[in-house]
Write a protein that binds this ligand. Structure first.
Ligand code: HEC
Ligand code: HEC
Ligand code: HEC
Ligand code: HEC
Length: 150
């Protein structure tokens, strides 16, 4: 064995040992149980609180509004795109949801925008369209948009 290797060999062994010891403390316990990832991360992700209840849950209590929604152009929308996450409300209806019907809110989908295809979603200029009333829901019923208010 060349003499320089003899002096370096203990150093190499020391590095490898240090690597193994540090690795032992840094790798999480559940790593590798199911594959090349931390098995606990599955549980942690499944434990995240749920904020959205889904339309089916809303319909259990609001079938009248769901039927109205189904009858008109907004039938494809989920309740929570407008009312926000409703899981807490579905458990306790004392918790109020938002009911936005402003020009800005409806405009988030309906404002004329070059990136939106008019055949897919009809658009108006919210700064010009029927300015005689302030909010969109002063005329359009949000659940049945063509049921216009006088
Ligand atoms: C367990 C029955 C139940 C479920 C499920 C439920 N709601 Fe309600 N919701 C109610 C009741 C009862 C009221 C009336 C409460 C009140 O007037 O204080 C209400 C009121 C509302 C209101 C009006 C609140 C207000 O401030 O005027 C909205 C909006 C609403 N619900 C939307 C939803 C949406 C969206 C879902 C699905 C995520 C949903 N609800 C699921 C029972 C329910
Ligand atoms: C396009 C947006 C939009 C969608 C989609 C929508 N809502 Fe609403 N909703 C509103 C707005 C805005 C109001 C407030 C209406 C007002 O004050 O005149 C409202 C009011 C309500 C109210 C209060 C009572 C009433 O009739 O005003 C309930 C309850 C409600 N929505 C439930 C639902 C449920 C359940 C769904 C799904 C089946 C749903 N909404 C879908 C925008 C929407
Ligand atoms: C999440 C996106 C979204 C929001 C928010 C939304 N809409 Fe719509 N709206 C749609 C879609 C999708 C349709 C169906 C496609 C279409 O007819 O343009 C539609 C259809 C309509 C139509 C009928 C258009 C037609 O040509 O028949 C009117 C009117 C309308 N919405 C008004 C409103 C008003 C008022 C609000 C606010 C309360 C609102 N929308 C909020 C997505 C949205
Ligand atoms: C003063 C009542 C009134 C208000 C406020 C109003 N609309 Fe309308 N909207 C109408 C009428 C009436 C029509 C039928 C076509 C027309 O007269 O422009 C219509 C048509 C539409 C259409 C279909 C496009 C078309 O030209 O047929 C969309 C989408 C729409 N409105 C969305 C909205 C949105 C979004 C708002 C809020 C920014 C809003 N509307 C506010 C009365 C109103």
């Amino acid at each position: 064995m060349p003499v320089q290797l003899k002096t370096l060999l203990p150093l190499f062994i020391l590095f490898i040992l240090a690597f193994l010891i540090i690795r032992h403390f840094l790798v999480p316990d559940s790593f590798g149980q199911n594959g090349h990832y931390r098995a606990e991360s599955l549980e942690e992700n499944a434990d995240h609180p749920i904020f959205y209840a889904g339309k089916a849950v809303c319909i259990e209590c609001h079938d009248d509004i769901a039927a109205l929604l189904d009858s008109d152009a907004h039938s494809g929308l989920s309740c929570e795109v407008c009312h926000g996450p409703g899981a807490l409300h579905a458990d306790d209806f004392e918790i109020k949801l938002e009911k936005p019907g402003t020009r800005e809110f409806c405009g988030s989908c309906h404002q004329i925008h070059p990136a939106r295809r008019i055949e897919v979603i009809n658009q108006v200029d919210i700064k010009e369209h029927h300015l005689e009333r302030k909010n969109c829901i002063d005329c359009h019923n949000p659940h049945a948009v063509w049921d216009l208010k006088e």
